[in-house]
Design a protein around this ligand. Structure first.
Ligand code: WTA
Length: 626
């Protein structure tokens, strides 16, 4: 029997998790594990409730005590000539200083602090400084627009922002502070903007509100006592897209999240902290950056690499140059990067020494078998195992994944759940499918890393995750189980897109489109894209008096960039004469999807449409797209 099929599930989940919680340094040890109910009218999730701890202590203090001079963070700049090594002691002192600056400016336990940061060590310090004083951080990805930033500031009622003058990416500068200033024309409540100097960008400075980090840090001491936090006190809010409405603020709490981040990071990557360098290429603006650049690896005392730039700069060999330069042992990246790199010459990979590599990881979106094989054979020389890790913002950490040492005979299969995780596949009636079969992927037992609620809207949390199937957490993904009991993720079952590993709601893009004065109605669907995984195809109906033109299509793309950010820029805007609707007015997305996918022959039954003739016009209009 292989390792994979013999992966053991604990018989007593509570005892198992209570034992796992011992990984952490608690101020008061918890006496019990889970206390949860997934009943729709009484939905509550709590773990290690009577425990008291501080997340920054897990990541810093205990390592400063044991190995102060070990490198905590290797920072690799956008420019290949710039890098820095920061020890646990240095990281500890910077975090304490930043915590003291926040405190001195009135930030208190429970206050919300927005982080809008480039990939510099100060981003990690800022997260940990908030954790140290019990403030709740909410990192907003630096690629989001001022509009998107403003709505997040308002939604969580933040009182402070930590940002930088600008961010560097691929030789370009992103005007972060200018974006903050724009956002603050719309959003109120911010009393402090703490700004890290990263570029030479000229920025506006508002006295009384704005503060330079390099000036403030000299006025405070490098020591700040950690705030004792209850296990269920929130650690952070992270906004993520769903199938309807605005992005929701997913809430993670302290004890359960930290236990799960540390547990999964160790279990899946098996880093040897005193020896190996670990590199996750995500941005701290996403959950992967939270759990697997900052909290997981630092809780485990590892050396975590933070990369400021992009894999294509100065050339497509950058990732392997970084692996060689810092002797990276574990590389954790997204399929979109793998697909982009495999189109280039293999020589860009092979000319770099990769003998330090031991394990390769994949996250964020389905990896196609072709990309998996290239990743395994070319960068991994056929000797590095691949862990294709399935999980979500809401799960806090990795859930279903192969483990190092498993047979690598099923490219792109998620294979088996980690010990402690109990998934099931349900049919359309909500009945569990035993044995081989395909359906909706749910988790049937709570786990410590599970999100607790949606900030300010618990009802939305209940509706989104617990109303599709009674008594189970619905992931929004579909899955298939094969004869060996291995799981294969088949993709989202809802209107959530995954573009280059970035999660986006079609509804969000539609709302952005109709802010344009010429747009009457919009419908957005995904279609398969060679590099991005999914591309964004927008059907837009113009208002009376507007004529379709290429300029208008471009303007609509620009509107989405401005409303959401460059990550959401549509690949295609089709100015359409109408949308396929049923007689009751419901848009038939299935038809729009098939047209965008280039399968107009698979539309199925269109007889229930109010205006069936619209379909031919849409097919005709889509022909111009590649
Ligand atoms: C998708 C990212 C296939 C999935 C950690 C999920 C994946 C969504 C994989 C969550 C994978 C993530 N294989 N699909 N290995 N990993 N997904 O919240 O659809 O940004 O629901 O979390 O990404 O995206 P999120």
């Amino acid at each position: 029997m292989s390792d994979r099929t013999s992966r053991q599930q604990p018989s007593d989940l509570d005892a198992f998790w209570l034992k796992e919680a011992e990984r952490l340094d608690w101020m008061t040890k918890p006496s019990k594990a889970g206390n949860w109910s997934w009943a729709e009218d009484d939905l509550r999730i709590a773990w290690f409730e009577d425990g008291v701890l501080n997340a920054s202590v897990q990541c810093l203090d205990r390592h400063v005590a044991a190995h102060p001079d070990r490198t905590a963070i290797i920072w690799e700049g956008d420019s290949p000539d710039v890098s820095e090594r920061i020890t646990y002691r240095e990281a500890f002192e910077e975090v304490c200083r930043m915590a003291n600056v926040l405190k001195a400016r009135g930030v208190r336990k429970g206050d919300r602090v927005i982080l809008y940061m480039p990939m510099v060590p100060e981003a990690a310090y800022a997260m940990l400084a908030c954790a140290r004083i019990g403030a709740v951080h909410s990192v907003v990805f630096g690629g989001f627009s001022p509009e998107a930033l403003a709505s997040r500031i308002e939604d969580c009622g933040a009182t402070a922002i930590i940002t930088a003058d600008g961010g560097r990416r691929g030789g370009k500068t992103i005007p972060l502070k200018a974006n903050v200033d724009k956002a603050l024309e719309k959003a109120s409540g911010i009393r402090l903007v703490l700004m890290v100097q990263v570029t030479d960008e000229k920025v506006a400075f508002e006295d009384g509100r704005d503060l330079w980090w390099h000036e403030a840090r000299d006025d405070v001491t490098p020591d700040c006592p950690p705030e004792p936090m209850k296990a269920e006190d929130p650690l952070f809010i992270l906004y993520t897209s769903g199938s309807t409405g605005k992005p929701k603020g997913v809430v993670h709490t302290t004890g359960g999240y930290m236990t799960y981040a540390a547990y999964t990071h160790e279990k899946v990557f098996r880093v040897e902290p005193e020896r190996e360098v670990y590199w996750c290429t995500a941005d701290v603006g996403w959950i992967t950056g939270h759990s697997y650049i900052v909290y997981g690896p630092l809780a485990n005392g590892c050396t975590t690499l933070m990369f400021e730039g992009v894999p294509s700069y100065p050339d497509a060999g950058r990732m392997w140059a970084v692996v060689e330069k810092h002797e990276v042992a574990v590389l954790y990246t997204a399929p979109t990067a793998v697909r982009a790199l495999m189109r280039e010459s293999d020589e860009l990979v092979t000319k770099h020494d990769r003998s330090s590599l031991r394990l390769l990881g994949s996250v964020g979106e389905p990896i196609n078998p072709e990309a998996w094989r290239w990743y395994h054979e070319v960068p991994g020389e056929g000797r590095c195992d691949i862990v294709d890790t399935w999980w979500q913002t809401e799960t806090g950490g990795i859930m279903i994944t192969p483990l190092p040492g498993d047979p690598m005979d099923k490219p792109a299969a998620a294979t088996k759940p980690l010990p402690g995780i109990v998934p099931a596949i349900l049919d359309a009636d909500g009945k569990p499918i035993e044995g081989p079969g395909e359906g909706g992927l749910v988790i049937t037992q709570s786990w410590p890393g599970q999100a607790r609620t949606v900030w300010g809207d618990h009802e939305r949390f209940v509706q989104t995750y617990f109303s599709t199937y009674k008594g189970a957490y619905f992931t929004g993904d579909g899955a298939r189980r094969d004869e060996d009991g291995d799981y294969w993720i088949t993709g989202r079952l809802d209107d959530v897109l995954n573009v280059s590993g970035h999660r986006m709601g079609t509804a969000e893009i539609e709302s952005a489109l109709i802010t344009h004065k010429a747009a009457a109605e919009a419908a957005v669907v995904g279609y398969p894209h060679d590099v991005k995984g999914q591309g964004v195809h927008c059907y837009v109906i113009l208002k009376e008096g507007y004529e379709p033109s290429d300029e208008l299509a471009l303007e609509l793309k620009k509107t989405v960039r401005e409303e959401i950010g460059p990550v959401a820029t549509p690949d295609r805007v089709q100015l359409a004469p109408g949308l396929p609707k049923t007689r009751s007015g419901k848009i038939m997305r299935r038809i729009l999807r098939k047209i965008a996918e280039g399968h107009p022959d698979q539309l199925g039954d269109t007889s229930t449409l109010a205006e069936p003739e619209i379909v031919d016009k849409l097919i005709e209009g889509a022909k111009g797209f590649k």
